[in-house]
Structure formats: structure tokens, C-alpha cells
Design a protein around this ligand. Structure first.
Ligand code: ATP
Ligand code: ZN
Length: 807
């Protein structure tokens, strides 16, 4: 084939045709990485999408410069999947590639500089320029990143520019491979000593150097014991660096290097599977029966019913059938507990993939997946993009969790939905599991698309915790702890049990307000009030990062009557510490969990009962399984219900059910919900632990107001720094769409909930369509409307984000 269509990592639709030079023509396959130039001389790593002989008529094709390895890193199936994502989520294919593929494998075109032949007159250079030139005396070519090591960032470009103008340097574009597999150094005996006579003679020779002789004998012993290569490090640890060095210098030992996967190999013992309870076995049978009929089954199992064990046993059966499994979790960092459990069961045949991995680690998991080294891959939503092979089962645990939806970077995909496509490609089954399934999944069961299996009892037949409402209208002991809650915490501590307290806001008192004029400082770039951070004594914008020092007086009326309001987890912690000075208290929120291994340390401390009271945000609601937690307290549940989103009630229901589920997992526990509105009928179902009835109510409303799951949504977001312009743009698109789609199926344009973020004004249009009918049409109209708008040059700068199935 003479031509290749390639995917380029830029926000561009479709593929681009390049000519394959003769010498590469027999070496290029679909899915391979190639280097091409695009735009002004910039180099990119592209992925070959197809090969053909059609010379494009309208333009002259450029050449593919080179290939980066002689085998594909992306499977054909994966390319198909990327295309589906691009199509369904209305996102450029280049964006899908950019997001789905590890950064370190997308070689960057970095600007390198090198010396010209011009004579340097050192006295004409300033200090910074001298630094750069001195470095170029040592290394022929360096890139701007390397210069950062000895020059402050702000001076780099000016200095380079100046040297460039003096013609002392030239720019050199060069590709660098970022990924460097880690090598481990081993030592082996010099092969001449395989002959035992020579070896005996050598031992005599070395007699005078007693340490070296010992080390050599030690090495022999180690090798006999292990029958594998001996790491140099191990020998050095038991002897000394200088002794090992001498042995190598005197040619007794030889050094050599081998590549090792950076991800630690698991070498602890492997656990057996548990014996299932009769309820669990029934459910396991039922799931397998339903898989005969449905390709997707929803497992609705109450909290602590032992769903994890069912997943594991299903994975084991896949392994017996020589098929692999993909196990998705909402956010891997929160689920350290589960990763540990799964590794104990399946050893190092488990691949782990998530956003906290380093770039190098990602590349390794990618390559290992491609080489079919894992029987199980466990990971966050991005693992759906791995080059999966031979997948027989896909498990989506906590399927209701909103972090399956990507919201910040394109594509705005929902992993729980995307696995349907993967399942079809691989002829695999999908198991969605949750104690609080999403409305969408229930609906799909009702529609006969998914099977439904229920596990209604907790493992060990422990009762679900008793739930008690506590009114905050009555006086409380401290601002956020009622007398009842204090009493129950006290009881729990006396019984040597653990407590979890949940509050959905981190920080201290988030808002600063003037008691004189009511002013709250707002962000100059966004229409939001600034958040008070006690530790740094600053006010910050959580949207654009703006920071200002804590003001001495009110910026508006200059009075000194400034007061902090609102409550965060830090404040709760202070109150609890005050009430229970002897208790061991820990906090779990974004601020405390930043440190490396923070999760592991916290979980270990919980398990060892080094913590009596754990206070936290959403993080404490997800999947934690600690035997000794007897009481869960919800500090203020009202704020959960007041979110301006059609999913508010569903999310509140799920969150309260989930956090309650952390209590009494071995012995019946207790939950206290503090609220200003204890009579709200919403709490009725929570108290009764009746998820089904609560769900019915929510579904009825969704149907009435034309929301998912009965209708699907597409949200258009318009952004521009000029308010008038963006408003006009939204109206033009809105008017066009209204030719085809009428109210109530189109809402807006309306100002965004936060009308301005980072100095960009925001407008939104919401489209609704029935899941069955007009998918294709709605998307077609949207594309037409946007391209019509962007054909008007004055609106080309208005940014439009399309979000299909927004969360
Ligand atoms: N067959 C079994 N034998 C022994 N222990 C079991 C068995 N099944 C489950 N367990 C234990 O019961 C506890 C609860 O199980 P698990 O964490 O899987 O619940 P879950 O259904 O995932 O709950 P949640 O939805 O709240 O996360 C765990 O500690 C688990 O080890
Ligand atoms: Zn801001």
C-alpha cells in the first residue's frame, strides 16, 4: 500500500492521508505509531488508521517520516472503539486519541537548540547566556526543558531569543522518546569458572582478600538457593559496594542488565476463594442464568452483601475458560482496599490502571495488556481504552458513581455506557453492580435490555443499620453536633467501636462575609464567592485558582466586622476534638489525602483501630469495608438535596444509602442523620432502607419533566470573553435548532449557573430526545448549527462544548 490514513493528536475530526515512502511500504500496519509533520513543520506521533492506494486528488500528500516500532501499539478493535466514541460523544477523533493513549507514547516535538559555527565572544554574553552556551559546550544539543535545570523559567525564552539573534545557536527539531524502561543490574559468575578446576584455583588466588572470598562464596550460595539471576543490589546489601566492585573488576563476576516492569511483582501468598453463603450462591447462579439471556446484568445488592466475592468468583470462572476480565472502579485511589483484595486473590496476573500512575507505569500497563499478560485488569474509567484482549467479562462496580463520566477533558464519555460497545466487540458479558443502582440501569432492566438480580441480605445476615433523624432546629451541643449525636458517639467509643462522620464540604469556614454591609469577596475572574483557607490565611477561587490575602477590612465598606461562615470538615474536626479530647480522630478529604500513600496509611490505621472517629467528605462514602464501624453520623444532609441538578435527589439518595452502609457491617449498627427538615418525605424511604420505593418516586418525576432515563440530553456550552458575542452565538445556534426541535425538547439559551468562569461568559442550550428515535437527527442538526455559526468569521472564536448524556 502506498498511502496511510493516520490519526493525529490534535483537536481535529477524522483522519489524514500521508504517502508511505518506498522503504517503509512493507513495514506499516494498522495501529502502528508513525511520525508525521502537520501544520508548520511540527512533528507528531500519529496512529495508522488504514492503508490504501487512493492518491487524494485535491492535495499533495506529505510523507511519513518514520515508524517508531515495527508492530502496532493500538489494536484494530481499539481504533473502532475510538471512532465510536468520537461519533457518539460528538468529539474530534484526534481528541479521543489524545486522551486515550499514554502521553509518553505520543512523542513530542520539542524544540532543541544547538551551537552554530559562529565564534563566541564570551565577554558579549550576559550571565544567563553564558550558562546556556557553556552547556552547549558539553552537550551538542539540549532542549528547553533541560535548560530549566540551571535557568529560571522566565529567563529561558529571552536568553534563547537573544542568542538566536546573535546567531550563536540554531533551533533543531528532534524527537525524544520519553519512556525509558527501568533496567535492573544483575551479576553472574564469569563463565570461565563453570570449570570447577579453574574455580578452585581462583578461590585459592583470592584467599588473601578475605572479604572478597566471602562475598564470592555467598554469591555461589545465593545462586544455588534461587536458581535465578542475582540482583547486584542484593549481593551489595549482604557484603559491601567496594567488595562487589572489586569482584567485578577482577573479573570473577560479570554485570549485566535486564529490563524490569516498574510495577512491583506480587509475591505474597495467594488466598483461596471464600465459601459463598447460600444467598450468595443463589445469586451467583442467577447471574449466570441471566447471562444466557442478557449480555448485561444489573446486580442490585445491599451494602455489605458480599458483591465483591461474587465478582471474584465470576473472574475465576473466566480464567478457567482462558478469558480475561476487566474490573472497573469509580476512582481507584479511593478503592485501595479493593486493589489489595484482588491482588491477594489473583497475584501478579492483575494489571492496575488509573490516573495516579506515572507516565512510565502507564506505558508498562499498556504494553503488558497488549502482550496479554493480565488475566484481570482493574482500573478507573480510562482503562476502557487499554488494548484489551480476549475479554470475557466486564464488571462495573458502584455503577451509579458519577466519576464514570469524564467531565473536564474531551471526550466527555460515560465509561459505564461505553463498556456496552467493548462487550459487543469482544463477545463479553457485562455485570453492573451497586447497592444503589442508577435510574438509567433500572430503566434498562424494565425495558428488557438488562437482566436484574437482587441480593437483599447483608453477608452474615446482619441487619441493615437503624436510621434515626435528628432535627437541627432544636438547640445543639456545639454548632454542628447535636446532643443525640454526642451521646451516640460517646456510647460507641465506650464500646470501643469506630465512628464515621460525613460532611460534604472540605476546608474550614468556606465563606467570608462582612457583618456590616453583607459583602462577600468574589473572584475577579469568575462569578463565585472566594473560599477561605485557614491554614494559608487566603481567599481562593476553586474555579480559576485566583488567590488573595485575607483582607484586614471589608473591601466594600472598610468595616472590620468580617466573619467566616459556613462549615467544612476542618471545623467539624475541631468541634469533635473539643468534645472528645481523648479520642483518636482522623480526617479524610482532598486536603489530607494528597500525600503519597495517604490512603494506605489511613486504611491501615482504621483497620488497626488507631482511629476512633473518621471525619470526611464523599470519600468516606465509597466502598469502605471496616468491621468495627458501628456508627455513622451525617452532619447536615440538607445541602445534599439543594443542588441545582435534576439528579440531586438521586445522588442524595445514593450518597446517604452508601454512607449509612459503612455502619454495622459485622453487627447491626446505627446511623444518625442531622437535618433542618426531618419531616421531608424524602427521608421516609431512607429510614425504611427502601431503595425501590424511593426510586419509583424519582422515576415518576423524571418522566413527567422529560429527563433521563426517559429522555436523553445533549448540552451545548458556549464560552467567550465577550458577553454580547457569546449570547448572540448561542441565540444563532438556538434559532437554527428550533427549526427542527421544538420546546419543550429544547431549553435555552440560558446563562450558565455560574455565568462567568475564568473571564469566559457562559451560555447553555439543553436538548432532549427520546432514547429510541432521533439520536442521529439531533446530532446532525447540532453539527449543522455549529458549522453554520463558525462559518461567520466573527463567531469563530466562540468555543462550543457538546456534552452528550451530561451528568
Ligand atoms: N462468602 C464470604 N465469606 C466470608 N466473608 C465474606 C463472604 N462474602 C463477603 N464477605 C465479607 O463481607 C464483607 C462485605 O462484603 P463486600 O465488601 O463485598 O460488600 P459489598 O456488597 O461490596 O458492599 P458495598 O456495596 O457496601 O461495598 C467483606 O468484609 C467481605 O470480606
Ligand atoms: Zn475565579
Amino acid at each position: 500500500m502506498e498511502f496511510a490514513n493516520v490519526i493525529i493528536p490534535l483537536s481535529l475530526d477524522g483522519v489524514f492521508t500521508y504517502h508511505i515512502p518506498k522503504e517503509l511500504q512493507n513495514h506499516i500496519q494498522i495501529g502502528q505509531r508513525v511520525v508525521v509533520s502537520f501544520g508548520e513543520k511540527k512533528l507528531y506521533t500519529a496512529i495508522v488508521e488504514s492503508l490504501h492506494n487512493k492518491n487524494p486528488e485535491l492535495y499533495k500528500t506529505k510523507e511519513i517520516y518514520s515508524i517508531l516500532e515495527d508492530y502496532p501499539l493500538v489494536t484494530q478493535k481499539l481504533i473502532e472503539f475510538w471512532k465510536w466514541i468520537a461519533e457518539y460523544y460528538m468529539c474530534p477523533l484526534g481528541d479521543v486519541y489524545r486522551n486515550a493513549f499514554p502521553t509518553a507514547l505520543k512523542l513530542e516535538s520539542e524544540t532543541f537548540i544547538r551551537k552554530t559555527s559562529q565564534n563566541i565572544s564570551w565577554e558579549d554574553l550576559d550571565e544567563k547566556e553564558t550558562f546556556v552556551m557553556q552547556n552547549l559546550e558539553i552537550k551538542t544539543s539540549i532542549n528547553l526543558k533541560e535548560i530549566e535545570a540551571f535557568l529560571a523559567k522566565k529567563y529561558i525564552i529571552p536568553s534563547i531569543k537573544s542568542l538566536y539573534e546573535k546567531k550563536l545557536i540554531e533551533l533543531d527539531e528532534q524527537i525524544i522518546e520519553k519512556y525509558k524502561p527501568k533496567k535492573i543490574t544483575y551479576v553472574k559468575l564469569n563463565p570461565i569458572f563453570e570449570n570447577s578446576e579453574i574455580f578452585q584455583k581462583a578461590l585459592v588466588d583470592i584467599n588473601r582478600a578475605e572479604k572478597q572470598r566471602e562475598a564470592l562464596l555467598l554469591f555461589i550460595k545465593m545462586q544455588q538457593q534461587r536458581a535465578t539471576f542475582i540482583q547486584k543490589k542484593m549481593l551489595v546489601e549482604q557484603s559491601s559496594p567496594s567488595v562487589v566492585k572489586s569482584l567485578i573488576e577482577k573479573k570473577y563476576l560479570q554485570e549485566f542488565q535486564l529490563q524490569k516492569d516498574r510495577l512491583e511483582e506480587y509475591d505474597d501468598h495467594i488466598e483461596d476463594s471464600y465459601k459463598l453463603s447460600s444467598a450468595q450462591s443463589e445469586v451467583l447462579n442467577e447471574i449466570e442464568n441471566q447471562f444466557q439471556i442478557y449480555s448485561t446484568v444489573l446486580l442490585h445488592g445491599v451494602t455489605s452483601s458480599g458483591k465483591t466475592e461474587l465478582y471474584f468468583q465470576l473472574i475465576e470462572k473466566q480464567i478457567l475458560n482462558s478469558r480475561n476480565s476487566l474490573f472497573l472502579l469509580p476512582e481507584i485511589s479511593i478503592t485501595t482496599q479493593l486493589v489489595t483484595k484482588i491482588k491477594k486473590r489473583f497475584g501478579d496476573e492483575v494489571g492496575v490502571y488509573h490516573s495516579k500512575l506515572s507516565q512510565n507505569e502507564r506505558v508498562e500497563v499498556w504494553k503488558n495488556t497488549l502482550d496479554n499478560k493480565y488475566k484481570v485488569i482493574i482500573g478507573a474509567r480510562s482503562s476502557i481504552f487499554l488494548p484489551l484482549y480476549n475479554i470475557g467479562l466486564i464488571i462495573v462496580d458502584e455503577e451509579h458513581d458519577s466519576s464514570y463520566k469524564q467531565t473536564e477533558i474531551k471526550p466527555f464519555y460515560q465509561a459505564r455506557d461505553c463498556v456496552q460497545i467493548l462487550a459487543r466487540q469482544n463477545d463479553a458479558k457485562v455485570l453492573l453492580g451497586s447497592a444503589t443502582p442508577s435510574m438509567e440501569s433500572f430503566y434498562n432492566c424494565e425495558q428488557g435490555k438488562f437482566g436484574l438480580v437482587e441480593l437483599k441480605e447483608r453477608f452474615g445476615n446482619i441487619k441493615l443499620p437503624e436510621i434515626e433523624m435528628v432535627s437541627l432546629c432544636k438547640p445543639t451541643l456545639t454548632p454542628n453536633i447535636s446532643y443525640r449525636l454526642q451521646e451516640e458517639i460517646h456510647q460507641c467509643l465506650t464500646d470501643k467501636k469506630q465512628v464515621i462522620l460525613f460532611h460534604n464540604r472540605r476546608g474550614f469556614s468556606p465563606i467570608l462575609e462582612c457583618n456590616n454591609c453583607g459583602h462577600s469577596p468574589t473572584c475577579p475572574n469568575c462569578d463565585v464567592t472566594l473560599t477561605y483557607h485557614k491554614v494559608s490565611s487566603t481567599l481562593r477561587c476553586h474555579y480559576c485558582g485566583y488567590i488573595m490575602a485575607f483582607p484586614n477590612s471589608c473591601p466594600s465598606c472598610h468595616s472590620h466586622a468580617l466573619e467566616t461562615k459556613g462549615i467544612g470538615t476542618q471545623q467539624i474536626e475541631e468541634e469533635v476534638k473539643h468534645l472528645f479530647p481523648d479520642a483518636k480522630i482522623a480526617r479524610m478529604d482532598v486536603d489530607t489525602m494528597k500525600r503519597k500513600h495517604a490512603y494506605e496509611i489511613l486504611f491501615e490505621n482504621m483497620a488497626l483501630k488507631e482511629i476512633d472517629i473518621l471525619i470526611g467528605t464523599q470519600m468516606v462514602t465509597k466502598g469502605l469495608d471496616f468491621e468495627e464501624v458501628q456508627l455513622v453520623g451525617i452532619i447536615r444532609s440538607d445541602s445534599l438535596l439543594n443542588l441545582p441538578n435534576f439528579r440531586a435527589e438521586e445522588k442524595a439518595l445514593q450518597l446517604l444509602t452508601q454512607v449509612s452502609g459503612r455502619a454495622g457491617r459485622r453487627k447491626e449498627g446505627k446511623v444518625l442523620i442531622q437535618t433542618f427538615d426531618p419531616e421531608n418525605p424524602f427521608y421516609f424511604f431512607i429510614k425504611e432502607n427502601n431503595y425501590h420505593l424511593a426510586k419509583e418516586g424519582i422515576l415518576r418525576e423524571r418522566k413527567e419533566y422529560l429527563y433521563p432515563p426517559y429522555f436523553r440530553l445533549i448540552e451545548l456550552t458556549f464560552k467567550h470573553k465577550n458577553n454580547e458575542k457569546v449570547k448572540k452565538a448561542a441565540n444563532i445556534v438556538g434559532d437554527y435548532l428550533k427549526n427542527y426541535i421544538q420546546e419543550p425538547l429544547i431549553l435555552g439559551p440560558e446563562e450558565g449557573l455560574i455565568p462567568r468562569i475564568n473571564n469566559q461568559f457562559i451560555y447553555k442550550i439543553l436538548l432532549k430526545y427520546t432514547a429510541t428515535k432521533s439520536t442521529k437527527n439531533s446530532k446532525k442538526y447540532i453539527k449543522e448549527a455549529i458549522s453554520k455559526l463558525h462559518s461567520l468569521s466573527s463567531f469563530r472564536s466562540v468555543k462550543i462544548d457538546v456534552d452528550v448524556d451530561p451528568s
